[in-house]
Each structure stands twice: as C-alpha cells, then as structure tokens.
Design a protein around this ligand. Sequence first.
Ligand code: ZN
Length: 189
Amino acid sequence: MNEADLKAYLSSSGAFLEGHFLLSSGLHSPNYAQCALALKNPMWAAAMGVALAEGWKGARPDLVLSPAMGGLIIGHETARAFGVDFIFTERENNVMVLRRGFSIPEGAKIIIVEDVFTTGKSTLETAAVVAACGGEVVGAMSVINRMGARALPFPSVSLLKLDLTAVPEAECPLCRAGVPAVKPGSRKF
Ligand code: ZN
C-alpha cells in the first residue's frame, strides 16, 4: 500500500475530509479525520493491518493491545498480520482497564495499535495498564498520526502523517475568508 493510494481511499471513504470544520473541541480546522469510515471496509482494514505490521522493524510482539473503541478493528487486523493474539483496554469510571478476562503475562512484549494518534493520551493510558501488569510496550502504531511535533516515548509506526492544524475561531483564516464552517458528522457527510 503506498501513501497516495491510502490517501485517496481515506478521501473516498469520507475518513479524511478537506474544507472548513468546526471540531467538537470548538476549534476550527481545514481538515477532518474519522478513521471509522475507512475501517468499515474489511478488505482495506486488513490491508492496513498488514501494512502496519510490515512497517515494524522490531521483534515480533507477543500481543497486540488497543484502547476501545477506536483501536478495535485496526488492532485486530494488525494482530492477525503479526500472527498473535489481540486484546483491548476500555474505560471503566473513566479509568483505562483490562476487562472481560483479558490479561497480560509478565514480561510480554506489547504493541499498542490505535486508529489515530491525536494527543497520545489514550496510548499512554494503555501503556500504563501494560506496565501495571509487568508487560513491556515495545512500540505503538496507528493508521493516522496527527500528533505534530509531539512524540510517544516508544518507537512508533503510522501509515499517514497529517498536519491537522486546528485553531480558535479568532485565528481561523477560513473564517476570515468568509468560508462557512460545518460540523463533521452532521448529515451533510
Ligand atoms: Zn473557521
């Protein structure tokens, strides 16, 4: 999978939109990413999992772990490509935990897989669960990386780096140019 094909697919599936968007954070952005729309196609989801696993230069992990919901599909497909098990964390009373009988063996090498790296917060919360179990996070992966200059504290692989620059309305060049802002996820999309 090359980057041009992936970008074209993200656009055609509606997962990556360009325009003028009012984000849920209240900030304005010239683009918007909703990875779930790209992952609804199982063939593409599988291909993205293979591409992530192929992009990994380190040793094979023992387990792939994703934070729910966003990481579930791509994490599962990446685990399939590595030939290992897949488990997930979820929030309980706003705290990231392992439930459903999932466990991480002591010393297990873990790769965390997400759909999008935005602030890195959920990745770090998931890494804290691994550390509490005595496992080791050897890397993290995502379909889209929009972290900008921020970096995760372990090796990472992303299929696409996007410069998604969100700004307050007062600093928005699109507002200044008189382009109407739309809320992503509204019926227009
Ligand atoms: Zn604006």
